[in-house]
Every structure is written in C-alpha cells, then in structure tokens.
Design a protein around this ligand. Structure first.
Ligand code: ATP
Ligand code: MG
Length: 452
C-alpha cells in the first residue's frame, strides 16, 4: 500500500472511531436521561391520580372518574385481584391497548413495556374500592414523542459523524500529499541518478524550514559529498596511474636500450642501471606511502610513550641537518614550561616532522627554523621556511593525494604529492592537529599541535 493511502486510511479510521465513540456516549446518556424522566413523571402522575380518585370514588361512577384522568396517548383502568378489567378508558389514539392481557400486582410497579412495536410506561398501584375490595389502578402511556426525539437525535448524530469525516479525509489527503511529495521527488531523483550515472540534486522550495526541507537539504548535501568523493577518487586513480607511468616509461626505455647495446657500451650500461635503480626506489617508496594511506588507523599499531620534546627535536633536527647538509635552527619559544613532555608515538611523530622538513628543504633555499613551545595547554612544533610559499587558492588542496602546486616546477625536485596527505593521516592517528600557513613568495609555516 502506498504511504499516502496508509496515512489517509489510518487517519480516517481513527477519527471515525473517535467520533462514533463520542456520539454513542452522547446518545446513550441522553436517552437514559429522557427515559428515566418519562418513568418518573408517569409514577408521579399515578400517585396524584390515585389520591384524587380515592377522594371522589364514592360520589362519582368509576367510568366517569377514569374518563377525566385518561392520558392523551394511553389507557387508565381498574384491575381486580382475579385479573379482570373492572373498568377502563382508552384514548382514541391507543384503542388497541384494550386487547392487551392484564395482570394484578400486589405492590406498586413502574416499568417500560413494549406492545405491538411501541414502547409505553406502565405504572400500577393497589387501591381500595368503594365496596372495600382491593384493585389495581393502572396507567399505560405511550412515550412516542420521547422515542421520536431520540430518533431525531440518532439521525443528527449519524449525519454529523459523516459530515465531520469529510474535512478529515480532505485534510489527511493534503497532509499525505505534503509528506509524500518530497519523498516521491527524492525517489525520482535517485532513480535518475541510478539510470544516468550522473549526480543530481533536489530542487527545494525555500518556503519553510521544516523537517521535509531539512531532509531534502541533507539529501543534496549527501549527493555533494558523494560527488566530491567520486571526483577525488577518479582524480586519485588517474594521478596514481600517471605517476607510475613516468618511472615505468623510464625503466622500459632504459631496459630496451640495455637489451639492444647495453653490453657493448659500459658507460650506457652503468647509466641505465643507475636510472632503473633510482626509478625503482621511487616507485617502491610511492607504493609504500600509498599502502600506508590505504590502511585504517587501527592497523597502524600506534604505541604512545612519554617523550621529552626538546631532546626528541634535537635528535631529529640533527639527523636531518647531517643528511641534507642544510642549516636548521631549533628554538624554544616560551620557556615557562620546561621540560615539555608529551605522550605520543615517537616513530610516527618523527615521520611527520620529516615530511614537513622535507618540504621546507625542497621548496626553500634559505635557513629552516624549527620552534616549539606550549600554547593553551598543548605542545606545538612549528617548521618555518622562507621559500616559494603556497598561494591561498592552492593551500586547501595541498593535502590531497598527488596534489602538487606546480607540476613542472616540482618535477625537478622529484616529489610525488603524497607527503602532506600522509602527514594528515599520521596526525589523525596520533591525535595531533596540523595547521599550514603560507604566503606565496614569502614562506611557509607548518604547525603541529600535540596533546600533553
Ligand atoms: P612528496 O612529499 O610526496 O615527496 P610533494 O612534496 O610534492 O611530494 P606534498 O608534501 O604533499 O608533496 O606537498 C604538496 C605540494 O604542496 C607540493 O608539491 C608543493 O607544491 C606544496 N608545498 C608543500 N610544502 C611546501 C612548502 N613548505 N613551501 C612551498 N610549497 C609547499
Ligand atoms: Mg613533500
């Protein structure tokens, strides 16, 4: 069943049920009140009539007497102890009551009786006759006007129930349309996406900021995310294949050169081997970085130990200085906290610092500064260079895999554009935060914030 039909049906059934319960209780209460009052009135009338008749019984004949007390729609009668009608008067409208079987009752009685599909109040009371015998004074009175009123009430309540259902059904239709419309358009968009393979968005009317609007917005946001990820992935695959193509082409061309005349020319032989070797190493490094990037953080086997930041940086900077023969300056910025101890994975942090130092080395020719200290309770390490810098537009992109600001310029330096994306992964894994600030032509500062 469709969602809109479900909403319609359930609303209509629920409201109809409530209306029926409500109207039924109104009807039952009202009819009980009316019938009770009818019986009560009949009883009181009988008592009054009995007193009056008792007073005049000797002086006026019974038939005459009864005639003056006969109800408009009913019958009044005297019944003897042996169930005989002593005397009776019937109103013109209820002549057939005379055929009804009669009974003598010892005690006072008031009840409803049904005779020939009509309802009557029946009241009976013992009375002493002129000759001293006991008889019953009985009054039977039709309650046709009360039952007619109840019939009207019943009809009104039934009609009201049906009339009230009409706006309910209309409003539930509108409501279900309101709810299902965005869902239907979402389904249509999804189907279109599935069939065309292109990312599409819902057109949202900015009338209200209700939940349905929010749902549409979330859907569009999700599609944005999917599209970005899809584009990134596509770019990653094309970049990765592109990156592997160059070293593979170099290896292939040197290998075929070797095949043709490698043995004859010893100089060419050593040059080819050298080139093949260095390209193979580059590819190996790239593969290792890619494998690390593809891993989940849980598989990284992070082992945190407390380390003295100053000692650690001294060691790292020294190793780098010797390895690349570059001038690197190390300084502590605020000396209030000393020594600065942090709990981290030493190997991963070293890898992280090497990535930043390697960039500073590659993209600048002057002195590199490594400063550290404590800010807002966290330890930080900043690696600053005075090199080519990165423009504002490029800055957010440098963390993407294989992204290099100027491919031609960097080609000489031999980078593959994986360093910073790896740095981001490592920082996430050890719970550090990276902040990269740069000005084109002035220099770059990479800051690393570490929990203490
Ligand atoms: P890899 O680090 O994988 O050998 P890479 O250095 O090119 O290659 P990343 O470290 O990810 O890759 O850096 C991405 C790009 O950001 C670099 O190609 C470079 O253009 C720019 N970049 C990074 N650090 C600096 C810096 N300190 N100064 C100027 N540009 C930088
Ligand atoms: Mg790099």
């Amino acid at each position: 069943m469709k969602l809109s039909n479900k909403i319609n049906l359930s609303t209509a059934v629920l409201v109809a049920f409530l209306l029926i319960v409500m109207n039924l209780s109104v009807y039952l209460t009202f009819s009980k009140l009316i019938l009770d009052s009818e019986l009560e009135t009949a009883k009181k009338e009988l008592e009054k009539t009995a007193t009056d008749i008792g007073e005049s019984l000797g002086s006026i004949p019974e038939g005459e007497l009864l005639r003056s007390y006969v109800p408009i729609n009913g019958m009044i009668e005297f019944v003897t102890t042996d169930n005989h009608r002593l005397s009776s008067v019937t109103s013109s409208t209820e002549q057939k009551l005379i055929e009804r079987k009669i009974n003598f009752f010892q005690a006072e009685l008031s009840q409803f009786i049904s005779y020939q599909n009509r309802t009557y109040t029946f009241v009976s009371m013992p009375i002493i006759m002129r000759d001293g015998s006991v008889a019953n004074l009985q009054i039977t009175k039709s309650i046709i006007s009360a039952t007619d009123n109840l019939k009207v009430l019943r009809l009104v309540l039934i009609v009201v129930t049906f009339l009230a259902l009409i706006p309910v059904i209309i409003s539930s239709r509108i409501l279900s349309k309101l709810i299902t419309m965005p869902v239907t358009s979402m389904i249509n968009t999804m189907t279109e996406i599935r069939q065309s393979g292109r990312f599409k968005r819902l057109t949202l009317e900015e009338k209200s900021k209700d939940e349905l609007f929010q749902m549409g917005e979330t859907f569009n946001h999700m599609i944005d995310l999917l599209e970005t990820n899809y584009e990134k992935q596509k770019m990653f695959v094309s970049n990765a294949s592109h990156e592997f193509k160059t070293p593979l082409t170099i290896i292939e061309s040197y290998a075929s050169l070797l095949k043709r005349r490698g043995l004859a020319d010893p100089e060419l032989f050593s040059e080819s081997i050298e080139a093949i070797h260095s390209e193979a190493i580059r590819m190996k490094e790239m593969t290792e970085q890619l494998l690390l990037l593809a891993k989940h953080h849980e598989q990284w086997n992070i082992q945190k130990v407390p380390i003295n930041l100053e000692d650690f940086l001294n060691q790292t900077v020294k190793a780098f200085r010797n390895g690349f023969n570059r001038e690197i300056h190390l300084e502590q910025e605020n000396t209030v906290v000393r020594p600065i101890t942090i709990e981290t994975d030493e190997k991963k942090l070293k890898q992280l610092l090497f990535i930043f130092l390697d960039n500073a080395r590659k993209y600048s020719d002057y002195i590199i500064t490594v400063s550290f200290g404590v800010v807002d309770g966290d330890a930080y390490v900043k690696i600053s260079d005075r090199g080519i810098g990165i423009s504002n537009e490029e800055l957010p992109k440098v963390f993407d895999r294989f992204y290099r600001v100027d491919k031609v310029r960097n080609r000489k330096k031999g980078g593959s554009g994986l360093g910073l994306s790896l740095a981001k992964e490592i920082a996430d894994a050890i719970g550090a935060r990276i902040q990269l600030e740069s000005k084109e032509g002035v220099g770059t500062t990479a800051a690393l914030f570490l929990k203490r």
